[in-house]
Ligand binder design. Structure first.
Ligand SMILES: C[S@@+](CC[C@H](N)C(=O)[O-])C[C@H]1O[C@@H](n2cnc3c(N)ncnc32)[C@H](O)[C@@H]1O
Length: 271
């Protein structure tokens, strides 16, 4: 990502969530509160994103968006909706079963923590993101009174995970944690992913969970979005404290800890 500017992909995802919320077929995947937070970020970010927000809310724009999606990355909108739905389900289940801490790495403008802090009033949430992106989220959240989310601005590719900042905000490594890295790891080289995974392991009490999305290298060795209609690039690992190998060697696929989930089969083609 460019180091001065907010992540364009995070802005695009925020606009996609607003679009999905206004689309009768997908609106059940994106709550009004989520769409409102994304809209607030877009409204505040710049004149361009303000204009884009106006456009994505128009009915006439929907067929255009579908056409652009079809000729770029078919299925990507549904992919965003389903992966968010699935991650929310995993986190809610962990919180209902006694996990008290949720840390979202590369959170972007994801509305998950703002939604869950209302539903789980005793849980604590951290969002870790690049400062260039996070300052826009902090501004939007402070205006709508999101209180129990701690924001930690850090460049994960340079400084790694800022353990001190987490700890000084009350993070307790002796408590079970739910970690999330959605749409993040593919930006990092294997050694960074590996060291991040090790750090998460050392900060995780037994019973912690880590949910992440990943992209697999194509035949030519490149990471690239093709069609997202297969929707299979979601995986979750239980007990990250057992995980010492990184993403580069397929994130412990051989250890049996990795569960891959085909979201389309889970939620159905009509999702
Ligand atoms: C594709 S967006 C995903 C946002 C969000 N997780 C979602 O799925 O809606 C990637 C996110 O990773 C963050 N990111 C990228 N490089 C980063 C870095 N070096 N350090 C911290 N965050 C980074 C961006 O700021 C952005 O928020």
């Amino acid at each position: 990502m460019q180091h001065e500017r907010a992540s364009r992909t995070a802005l695009l995802i925020a606009a996609s969530l607003v679009l999905l919320h206004h689309d009768a077929k997908y609106s059940r995947f994106v709550s009004k509160a989520s769409a409102d937070l994304c809209a607030r970020v877009l409204e505040k970010h710049s004149a361009k994103t303000r204009l884009f927000l106006k456009i994505v809310r128009q009915i006439w724009f929907r067929p255009i968006a579908k056409f652009v999606e079809r000729i770029t990355i078919p299925g990507i909108l549904l992919h965003y909706a389903l992966r968010k739905k699935y991650i929310r389900r995993l986190v809610r289940s962990a919180l209902a079963n006694g996990v008290a801490q949720v840390v979202i790495l590369g959170a972007g403008f994801d509305p998950l923590s703002s939604e869950l802090q209302r539903e789980f009033p005793t849980a604590l949430f951290w969002e870790i993101d690049h400062p260039a992106t996070q300052r826009h989220k902090v501004r939007a959240c402070s205006e709508i009174g999101i209180e129990r989310v701690h924001f930690v601005a850090v460049d994960l590719s340079a400084a790694g995970l800022d353990r001190e900042a987490l700890n000084s905000d009350g993070f307790d490594p002796a408590k079970r944690t739910f970690w999330i890295a959605e749409g993040l790891l593919m930006y990092f080289p294997a050694d960074i992913v590996s060291s991040l995974m090790k750090t998460l392991s050392t900060l995780s009490a037994p019973g912690s969970e880590f949910a992440f999305t990943f992209m697999e290298k194509q035949g030519d060795g490149q990471l690239r979005f093709d069609s997202q209609t297969a929707m299979a690039n979601f995986a979750s690992i239980r007990k990250p404290n057992l995980l010492t190998r990184g993403y580069a060697d397929a994130a412990s696929r051989s250890s049996g800890e990795l569960r891959e989930v085909n979201l389309l089969s889970l939620y159905g083609r009509g999702a």
